[in-house]
Design a protein. Sequence first.
Length: 397
Amino acid sequence: MTERREMLLLLALMLVMFTTIVDFMIMMPLASYLMADLRISASQFGLLVSSYSLAAGVSALLASSQADRFDRRHALLFCYAGLTIATLLCALAGSFASLLAARVVAGVFGGVLGSISLAIVGDVIPLERRGRAMSWVMLGFSLSAVAGVPLGLWLAAHHGWRLPFHVLAAACAVLWLVMTRAVPPVRAHLAMAHAQAGWLQNYRELLTERNHWWAVGLTALLMVSGFSVIPFIAPTMVANVGLAPEQLMYIYLAGGAATIFSRPLIGRLTDRYTPRRVVGWLIVCSFVPIVLVTQTLQVGLVGQLAISVLFFVFVSGRFIPATTQITAATLPAMRGRLMAFNSAVQNFASGIASLLAGLVLTQDAHGAWHHYGWIGLASCLAGLLAIRVAGKIRTVS
């Protein structure tokens, strides 16, 4: 593959990650619009948000058996078409039930898109350049915070909650057409696959390899470390620090903008110093913003922006070397299944972490949150365990 074709592929995969993440994230800030227009309760809205993650986790778990039976290009195009249609159905939903069904369908297809994209990077890009390639693809996370979610909020404020879904569906349709030209066939792994293997045999082959468990264990610990803290940043900044709700947008803009510059640097460091060393450095550095965020310091908007930049750079940056290490922890014939299983673990671990953190946190009569500092310390402990697990992962391919 030429350098130009490789860059076009990485840009296409980055936009896949961008649109997939926006499709997931945009629901949360649209809460007030949806609850008013569709007359749904807070508990029903919570179900709308969690239905995506649960469906994504289940679909990724199912894909853990069959992901390596197909040309990855075909799998990517099929699942992305499904996500596009589901996003359009969200825009057309006229009731809670129809919107819930659309979100479940979106989760089914969106839950495996990330794993397919990363498996393509693992198959196409040599290991010595894979860290930088991962950083390019993961820029989709940064762009979603800087452009996707703020734009969606602006469209909803001026034209209603349906327009963000219409615009996103149209963008997905255009990108699907681009991918038909930008993504080459990726089928070298098929030559090493067992064509006659059944579902259970595929799971057995995947799960009996100890190195795979160390790989997904790293993901699980990083998700527990991050998502025990992340869901409660916004409410604690409003209730404990005193920021106005409209100021929260600047937190995401500043943090997302910083990662646009930090992710390529982290990718280059990963290729130069090995993923294992870089993930350890980033985990240790991430302890600083995790502790600062969970202590809810009274430092005003400028101080909170500085803390948020550190949080976005180091906490999200950990996944670049970690994912690079995970893609190298298996043979190409099992890379799709491992990444799908890893995606399932990612979804389930984030949900469990948020649930457990919510059980620890309490609110007083004035709305202030308590025990967030303990959550920060638990997050750091999970990070230390992640460093230990990362040291156990062997590089296979």
